[in-house]
Design a protein around this ligand. Structure first.
Ligand SMILES: [Cu+2]
Length: 313
C-alpha cells in the first residue's frame, strides 16, 4: 500500500513538472472596423481604424503559458487591408501577421510564453497610418506563479494606452515626420481622465487611501518614447514589460519606448485624500493630452479598477 501511494505521488509530481499548472487555451476573436469616433471629451470626430470599434481594442488577458487561438476578421465594409501583430507572440511575420483584405478572415495560435503587458497593433502598410489611426491594444499575461512578495496583489488595476492624434488626412510622409500632430490620446481621447485640464472630461481613475494601484501603461505612439511619472507620487515598483522579474523600486520617471509597455505600482498615501497626475513628462505630449488624474478618497467608486473596468470607458 505504501509503495502504491509512493508511486502515485511520483506520478503526480511528474505530471506537475511536465504540465504547466494553469495552461489553457483562450479563444480571442476581433473584427477590424473603420469607424467615426470621438477623439476628445467634447466629441470631435475623426475616421479611425479599430479592433472591434474601440480605441484601444479589447483587452486580452491570459496566464503565462496559455495558448491564444486568435481569429481576425476584416469587416467587408472596410476599405483597407489590415493585420494583427501581437508582441506577445513568437511566430512568422510573413505568415501569422500577414494582412487580409476586407471580407477576409485569418486564424493563428501562439503561446503566451512570457508574463507581462504587451502591445498588439496592426502591421498593414503603412504601419504609421494604421497605428496612428487607432489600431492597437494590450495583451496581459499574468505570471503563472500568481502574486508573491515580489509581485504583490494590487487593490485596483488600470490599463492606460497612449497614442497619437494627427490632423485627419495627414499623409504618411508627414506622419513619419511628426507633422500635423495635434495631441496625445489616452484610451482613445485627449485628456480623457483629466478634468483639471479639460472641463469636458467626466472620468477619472479612482482609489481609496492606502491602496496599491497597478497601472498597465502601453505606448502606442508611432515615434516617441513616453516618460511616465506620477505627479505627487513615486512609483513604488515598476515592472519593465510587466514582467515581475524585471522590477525596479522607487522610480520617479520611467521610459517606455514606442510599441512597448510597463507595469507601475503606486502606493497611495493612507489616512488622507490625495490626487496624482499620471503624466507623460515630455511637456509637448503632457499638455496636449497625456495626463490622467488618479483621485484617492474614501468615496472611491468600488467598481473602478476591477473586473472589466480596469479599462475605464
Ligand atoms: Cu490596419
Amino acid at each position: 500500500m505504501q509503495l502504491f501511494l509512493r508511486s502515485l505521488s511520483a506520478i503526480a509530481l511528474l505530471l506537475a513538472i511536465s504540465t504547466p499548472a494553469h495552461a489553457k487555451t483562450v479563444n480571442v476573436a476581433m473584427t477590424v472596423k473603420e469607424v467615426d469616433l470621438p477623439v476628445d471629451n467634447k466629441g470631435t470626430v475623426q475616421t479611425m481604424w479599430t479592433y472591434d470599434g474601440t480605441i484601444p481594442g479589447p483587452i486580452v488577458r491570459v496566464t503565462e503559458g496559455d495558448t491564444v487561438k486568435f481569429t481576425l476578421t476584416n469587416d467587408p465594409a472596410n476599405k483597407n487591408s489590415h493585420s494583427m501583430d501581437f508582441h506577445a507572440a513568437i511566430v512568422d511575420v510573413l505568415d501569422e501577421f500577414a494582412e487580409i483584405k476586407p471580407g477576409g478572415t485569418k486564424n493563428f495560435s501562439f503561446e503566451a510564453k512570457y508574463p507581462g503587458a504587451f502591445i498588439y497593433h496592426c502591421g498593414a502598410s503603412s504601419m504609421a497610418e494604421h497605428i496612428s489611426r487607432g489600431m492597437y491594444g494590450v495583451i496581459i499575461g499574468d505570471p503563472k506563479e500568481g502574486f508573491s512578495a515580489a509581485y504583490p496583489k494590487p487593490d485596483r488595476e488600470y490599463v492606460l494606452v497612449q497614442g497619437d492624434l494627427f490632423r485627419q488626412g495627414t499623409s504618411v510622409d508627414d506622419l513619419l515626420d511628426g507633422k500635423n500632430w495635434i495631441g496625445a490620446l489616452i484610451n482613445g481621447k485627449v485628456f480623457r481622465y483629466d478634468p483639471v485640464h479639460d472641463s469636458n472630461a467626466s472620468e477619472t481613475l479612482q482609489a481609496k487611501p492606502g491602496e496599491r494601484v497597478r497601472i498597465f501603461y502601453v505606448n502606442a505612439g508611432i515615434n516617441d518614447s513616453v516618460a511616465l511619472h506620477p505627479i505627487a507620487g513615486i512609483w513604488d515598483r515598476v515592472y519593465d514589460h510587466g514582467n515581475p522579474r524585471n522590477v525596479t523600486e522607487g522610480v520617479q520617471t520611467f521610459l517606455i519606448p514606442p510599441a512597448s509597455a510597463a507595469t507601475f505600482d503606486l502606493l497611495t498615501p493612507a489616512g488622507r485624500a490625495s490626487n496624482n497626475a499620471i503624466v507623460d513628462h515630455a511637456m509637448r505630449r503632457a499638455l496636449r493630452g497625456a495626463i490622467s488624474v488618479l483621485m484617492t478618497n474614501e468615496d472611491a467608486d468600488p467598481t473602478l479598477g476591477r473586473g472589466d473596468r480596469i479599462l475605464v470607458r
